[in-house]
Design a protein around this ligand. Sequence first.
Ligand SMILES: Cc1cc2nc3c(=O)[nH]c(=O)nc-3n(C[C@H](O)[C@H](O)[C@H](O)COP(=O)(O)OP(=O)(O)OC[C@H]3O[C@@H](n4cnc5c(N)ncnc54)[C@H](O)[C@@H]3O)c2cc1C
Length: 389
Amino acid sequence: MRVQVVIVGSGPAGLLLGQLLARAGIETLILERQSRDYVLGRIRAGVIEPGAVGLLEAAGAADRLHREGLVHEGTEIAFQGQRHRIDFKALTGKVVTVYGQTEITHDLMDARDAIGAKTVYEAADVSLHDLTGDAPIVRYRKDGVAHEVSCDYVAGCDGFHGVSRRSIPKDLIRTYERVYPFGWLGVLVDQPPLSHELVYVNHERGFALCSMRSATRSRYYLQCRLEEHVEEWPDDRFYQELTRRLDAEGARNLHPGPSIEKSIAPLRSFVAEPMRHGNLFLAGDSAHIVPPTGAKGLNLAASDVAYLSAALIERYRENSAEGLDGYAAKALARVWKAERFSWQMTTMLHQFPESSGFDRKMQAAELDYLFSSKAAQTALAENYVGLPY
Ligand SMILES: Cc1cc2nc3c(=O)[nH]c(=O)nc-3n(C[C@H](O)[C@H](O)[C@H](O)COP(=O)(O)OP(=O)(O)OC[C@H]3O[C@@H](n4cnc5c(N)ncnc54)[C@H](O)[C@@H]3O)c2cc1C
């Protein structure tokens, strides 16, 4: 079999890339290790930048997002019992949209089905070969049968644990990493959110976040120790702890309910450079990870795809490799700024076990400055709604 572009992974990066390329007449094959239902069952990101919304529109997969997504003009940060609002709309003229990653995945899969583009689910043992030659080869197994696909380019959209980044020789790739000494315990519940915007909480017992996926579905997070297990957190204990970290109004408006999902995610900052090896291009979590505090993971996957799809379209339409040659540098420039913002939000809002009295004073001074300075609020808002592509 031969296609122009093989895409490894059907997360948001792979599906969005597949859709943008298909609409430009470029033939793609997506290889996904998991089943379709498994991919659709993953509960992850939920805050979408306007840039990513624009890409979903270009992909023909934004109708439901516009109908059902919640537009947020700001966010709140609670500290020492007081809530402070950052008004994105007033400060930047932009807003974000709350719409679950699961729904985005659903919409992109439906759009892909509608144009008849092919995805192989449960593709096992995907391996990449001849990446520096003119005709890379991708091998995989499906139902025990071996397959081989020849292509012009491979897009590595297979997330942090995928095969693509590992296919780059170790001496040609450099990684940068910071692992944080805590995780997020997340609970999904079919109850209305406690506020119509996200509430970030810096509390001496640890960070908390009150988020949502819709007007009737809330997503709550608590900072927890890495060695904790979800079994140690029955719903009652979770809501008790969340109530202790919230301001009085937040605690009053909290609607507890039986959790429909509960999980612990570690927090990590990670970047692999370069994002290209021969005719393999990395996009999304395969090349970088951010702690979710800045809501940037999915949005960064989208901005990589914006650059990569434009470069591939230029390559096929104009027979120019200029865009592809500039892809890694362009994507990484935006990635590092989002890494910085996500690291800064994480540092500003969490309790670090090794923090000294001085560190805690610095955190309080940073928050006090943020709440009192329009310039500081504008910098936060500008990064939160997403830097330009
Ligand atoms: C538990 C969790 C919670 C998160 N919460 C948030 C959040 O609240 N806010 C936020 O902004 N971001 C969040 N993120 C990050 C966000 O979900 C990711 O940044 C986003 O999914 C990146 O999309 P992607 O397509 O690059 O990678 P992924 O979504 O990881 O997709 C990669 C795909 O590749 C497939 N794959 C992997 N290996 C192979 C292989 N060898 N062969 C074939 N296919 C393969 C995987 O099954 C997967 O479907 C969270 C991530 C996790 C893990």
